[in-house]
Design a protein around this ligand. Sequence first.
Ligand code: SF4
Length: 477
Amino acid sequence: MNIEYANIDYTVESTLINKNELEHSKLRDKESSKDIKVVTAPAQISAVPPWSLAAEIGLEPGDKIIAINGNKLRDIMDFEFQFRQNDELEILIKKPDESEIIIELEKDPDDVLGVEFHTPLFNGVQECANKCPFCFIENQPYEQTRESLHLRDDDFRLSYLHGSYVTLTNLSFSDRKRIEELRPGPLYVSVHATDPEVRNKMLGRKKSPAIIDELKWLDSLGIPVHTQVVLCPEMNDGQHLLQTIKELYALKNSPVLSLAVVPVGLTKFHRGGLRRFSTDEAFVVVDMVQKWEAENPKHANFVFLSDEWFLMTHSPIPEQNYYGEYPQLEDGVGMTRLFLNEVEAELRSLEIGNREKGIGKKVSWINGSMSKPIVDQVSSKINQALTGIELKPICLDSLFWGTTNVSGLLTGNDIYSALRYVPKAMLGDLIIIPSVMLKDGTEIFLDDMSLQELETKLGLPCKKAWGARELIEVVTS
Ligand code: SF4
């Protein structure tokens, strides 16, 4: 490997892909008086491990990689492509003091630079160009929720990198060329309905490319796809859903790997004129999907009803074989089964000594009221297995969102309002907050209250826990 350094006196402009869509979004958002921001973040390095090639050539956190061999970098996919493609590289770096240098590097084909970036998208997130009547982001009080909840991303790169669902309605010509070149997969595509008219209605669009043609195009590129339907009463349910299932099943494995069916979730801020499914209607949906599955053994493990359907209808949570390899976990499909199984496994593997670790402890465990039957079941198992511990489930509705009762949407103020007058002796020594209520990797609730603030307000320690292992660890610690 040879390294050479040279000074450089030119700059590379940052670019925003799909400017038309951005303008379109801005215009539309002016109408709904919402301020959409597109974040631009050059390829700024956040970490350089000491063992890495990046450390060897003198890169440091805060440096920005502007271009490789003269090619500007739009995202981490460009970076990886450019780095891997050539063995002789000219890397244009901007230092934190704005000076620029070029590093000339000869590398082996398998070398990796080993840096981490602040964000995988260097030129900003591509926003959505739809106006779905059920959009959660569009229907929220912006001044009361954190900024990261305001961005309507619809970016195929995030679909590939993080499993976010995209609609494919905003692909520019250059996006399509990139997809053909990079073939990123699997992608996660919101179908909602295969009937073009129904799909357009679901997306709030006058027209969009036929989704079946789009899926066939992805198939021609060898890109596998997971799909989802957000089901709304009297829009895409009933025969429309059956048609969607059948038409997607006809593309099974080429390219459609799975289909998640998720009920629409609406809050009191909803302005799109929709309603939620009643319990009776939810039964009809579950019954219809299960009948289609029972028609043919080959139908198994293709359509996945999300956990809400079983919770809404108080039906037993399906066993593990229903979920196969849990391909739609990120979409709330199978989380409950996985959690129940993990609790069993964790309790089985607990050493005798650890079963008595939290003796005499009383702990409150907060959840949304929709999960009450599951949370009650798990608490009773834990209470039976751990000597002298009292794990007390507290299941709450969200006052903030009004009509929703899922754990992930409970805010700090919801919890504070519900518990502020409850005697401390009843709440116990500790309050456990599921991590799903907090922003990824932080201790901040949806309404920007921090865990620490809640702790101070309630005068009791609050600890977050992700999954069964952490729950039991926190209870016994
Ligand atoms: S595609 Fe998603 S973000 Fe865009 S309007 Fe529809 S629901 Fe909202």
